[in-house]
Design a protein around this ligand. Structure first.
Ligand code: SF4
Length: 195
C-alpha cells in the first residue's frame, strides 16, 4: 500500500483506520527518519565551524562521493553539531542555510586580482596571491614602520596597513594570528567579532 504523507494525515485525522495503519508500520514519521538515516549513512561527516559570525557554531557537514567511487565529493547536508559546546546542535537560519553558500554559483573559489585603474578581475593562483601580498606588506612596512615618536618614545608601530582576520577560529589559531599581527607592529587589526 502506497500513501503519501498528506494522504496518510487525512486518513489518520478522520478515521480509526489510521491507528491500525500506524501499528502496521506505516507511520510517515518513521519512514522519513529511516530515509534520512539511509541517505546519511554512506556520507562522510566533517566537523567544521560556521563561517558567518563570531558565535562560531559547530557544524556536521555530510558529503557523498569520493575518489574510490570516482565521483566528485559533494555536500548534501549540514546540521548543528550536538557535541559542540557553543551551539549544542542548534543553528540559526543563516547557519542552517550554509549549503546554499557552498553550492552558490557566485561563491569565490580562488584569489582574484584587479589592477589599479582596471575594471577587470583576473584569476591568480594561491602561491601568486600569497607572494604578492607578502611583497606588498614588506614594502609598505619597510617604508612606514615607526620605531619611535619624535620625542624619542619607543613605539614600534606600523599604521599604514590593517588586517582583518576571521573570528570563527579556534583559540589557538586566533592566538597565533594575533601574535603575528602584533609582532609586525600592526595596530589596525580586527575581525567580525570586534574583539
Ligand atoms: S549558525 Fe548562526 S549564530 Fe551560529 S555561527 Fe553561524 S551565523 Fe553565527
Amino acid at each position: 500500500m502506497q500513501l503519501s504523507r498528506r494522504q496518510f494525515m487525512k486518513v489518520t485525522g478522520s478515521t480509526l483506520a489510521g491507528s491500525s495503519l500506524a501499528l502496521m508500520g506505516f507511520s510517515p514519521a518513521t519512514a522519513l527518519a529511516e530515509v534520512r538515516q539511509y541517505k546519511l549513512a554512506a556520507a562522510t561527516v566533517t566537523r567544521q565551524t560556521c563561517t558567518y559570525c563570531s558565535v562560531g557554531c559547530g557544524l556536521l557537514m555530510y558529503s557523498l562521493g569520493d575518489g574510490a567511487k570516482n565521483v566528485r565529493s559533494s555536500l548534501i547536508h549540514v546540521e548543528g553539531d550536538p557535541d559542540h559546546p557553543v551551539n549544542r546542535g542548534t543553528l540559526c537560519p543563516k547557519g542552517a542555510s550554509l549549503m546554499d553558500i557552498v553550492h552558490s554559483p557566485n561563491r569565490l573559489m580562488y584569489p582574484e586580482y584587479r589592477a589599479p585603474g582596471s575594471n577587470e578581475w583576473k584569476r591568480m593562483s594561491w602561491p601568486e596571491a600569497l607572494d604578492r601580498i607578502a611583497k606588498l606588506l614588506k614594502a609598505d612596512r619597510d617604508a612606514n614602520f615607526i620605531e619611535a615618536t619624535d620625542d624619542g618614545k619607543k613605539v614600534n608601530r606600523w599604521i599604514s596597513t590593517g588586517m582583518l582576520a576571521a573570528s570563527a577560529s579556534s583559540n589557538e589559531a586566533g592566538y597565533i594570528t594575533h601574535k603575528v599581527a602584533r609582532s609586525w607592529g600592526l595596530l589596525a587589526f580586527d575581525n567580525q567579532a570586534r574583539v
